[in-house]
Design a binder for this molecule. Structure first.
Ligand code: GRF
Length: 186
């Protein structure tokens, strides 16, 4: 299965997916990393694996439709079948959604529908929940609203955001690779 990973930040989920592929746990090839942040650490990680990166700056386009159309063109040229969002901090618009209908997945660091949007871990801790978690879901036009594919619970480490975040990331890496391998078998 040919995939593209979209990321705006560190890219630890990208790396976990690529390592699962190299270890034979996931039947896929990352054809391209797509990022909207020219300084994102994910670019370094991709270079380490010799995976091409498409970097774009949204501001230099007239509209979301315009940059998404360019992304669609690049993805079609590479025969990408699935889009895997991994810390991509932009809402997906109609152009990408219609070109990849039911072929876009995302991972979110909470038990959706609780705490959608930015800083879900901070939101959960501010709320004082004792258990939070991770959700893998299909992407639709909403913010973290698509059909849920898999979830896992994570216990909050009281008052310790860094430790909670570390637990969540570990679970994310496991859950994302497992869920993707299930999806790509079909
Ligand atoms: C993850 O927590 C993911 O759930 C969220 O953004 C974060 C990305 O982390 N959507 P990384 O860039 O994969 O390390």
């Amino acid at each position: 299965t040919k995939i593209a990973v979209f990321a705006s930040g560190s890219g630890s989920n990208f790396q976990a997916i690529q390592e699962a592929i190299l270890n034979g746990k996931l039947n896929a090839v990352i054809e391209l990393v797509v990022t909207d942040k020219p300084n994102a650490f994910v670019i370094k990680r991709a270079e380490n694996f010799n995976i091409p990166v498409f970097t774009f700056t949204p501001k230099s386009y007239e509209s979301k439709a315009a940059y998404e159309q360019e992304i669609v063109n690049v993805l079609l040229e590479k025969e990408v079948e699935w889009i895997v969002l991994a810390g991509y901090m932009r809402l997906i618009g109609g152009t990408l959604l219609s070109a990849f209908a039911n072929r876009i997945v995302n991972i979110h660091p909470s038990l959706l529908p609780s705490f959608p949007g930015k800083d879900a871990i901070g939101q959960a801790m501010d709320h004082g929940v004792k258990i939070t978690g991770v959700t893998v879901h299909f992407v639709d036009e909403g913010m973290d609203t698509g059909t849920i594919l898999a979830q896992a619970a994570v216990e909050v480490v009281d008052g310790n955001r860094a430790a909670t975040e570390e637990r969540i990331h570990m679970i994310e890496h496991e859950l994302y690779t497992k869920t993707l391998s299930r999806l790509f078998e079909k």
